[in-house]
Design a protein around this ligand. Structure first.
Ligand code: NAD
Length: 247
């Protein structure tokens, strides 16, 4: 897949799925702007992406996606540096799990602020730039946004909201040439799943027809496809990349 001449923003790009997406975009020829909260990790991520795709332009920006002013500043800096934006991948996300009987307002607010409002903030701050290039947006939701999950009221609500926003923006922006799609990863081997107890991991693996976790690169392949011109008539879609978990 070819992303030559495209400038792609990847939020939460300093590690995990976001870093894999940044790498795959760069390998496909795109210039990449890595946005992440963790200023300490951004430089290493930029170096890693450059090493994978020598000659491709990569820059990092410290940004909190839940803070509109921070997002607007990063959007401005990205446009000034790269001159345009052809793709936005809303990937940054966190978990703060608890059952309904135990979930605090702080847990609810944190996940909604980052996983739901953060996607709105990044989309609104970049929509003019995407309209200018007839670009593409890919929003990382989750299978939890389709089916809910034990202990994840906040996360499920946010990820379902991401799917609803994706379809809404498809309707609003489609006629102007911007495509919006969502990817729902299943159970992917990253930092976010590291605290899941071994018996629960075992139980989840038993529900996956492929009987294994996904790798970040396997999510990244789907995202690069949706960003590319190969997906020129795919719009408003929800693509599960979950090894069949939802069956
Ligand atoms: P991760 O924790 O490895 O990476 C998340 C990244 O987001 C980190 O680099 C972190 O610094 C960044 N981030 C967190 N808060 C931020 C903020 N306020 N502003 C900017 N950046 C911020 O997680 P991951 O597993 O790579 O998850 C990436 C996305 O995939 C998330 O949206 C997650 O919900 C989704 N997802 C993951 C899985 C999985 O099994 N790993 C499954 C379904 C969906």
């Amino acid at each position: 897949m070819n992303l030559t001449d495209k400038v792609i923003i990847v939020t939460g790009g300093a590690q995990g799925i976001g870093l894999a997406i940044a790498e795959r975009c760069a390998v496909a020829g795109a210039s990449v702007a890595i946005w992440d909260l963790r200023a300490d990790a951004i430089e290493a991520a930029v170096d890693q992406v450059r090493a994978k795709a020598p000659g491709v332009e990569v820059a990092g920006y410290a940004v909190d996606v839940s803070d509109l002013a921070s997002v607007q500043a990063a959007a401005k800096a990205t446009r000034e540096h790269f001159g345009r934006v052809n793709g936005l991948v809303n990937n940054a996300g966190v978990v703060a799990d608890a059952q309904l009987t135990k979930m605090s307002e702080a847990q609810w607010d944190r996940v909604i602020d980052i996983n739901l409002k953060g996607v709105f903030n990044c989309a609104s701050a970049n929509v003019d730039a995407l309209l200018a290039t007839a670009g593409a947006m890919v929003n990382i939701s989750s299978i939890v946004g389709l089916s809910g999950n034990f202990g994840q009221t906040n996360y499920a609500a946010a990820k379902a909201g991401v799917l609803a926003m994706t379809k809404t923006w498809t309707r609003e922006l489609g006629r102007k040439g911007v495509r919006c799609n969502a990817v729902c990863p299943g159970f992917v081997n990253t930092h976010i799943v590291k605290d899941i107890p071994a018996p629960v991991v075992e139980e989840m693996l038993n529900m996956i027809p492929q009987r294994r976790m996904g790798q970040p690169s396997e999510i990244a392949s789907a995202v690069v496809f949706l960003l590319s011109d190969e997906a020129s008539y795919i719009n408003g879609a929800t693509l599960e990349v979950a090894g069949g978990l939802t069956l």
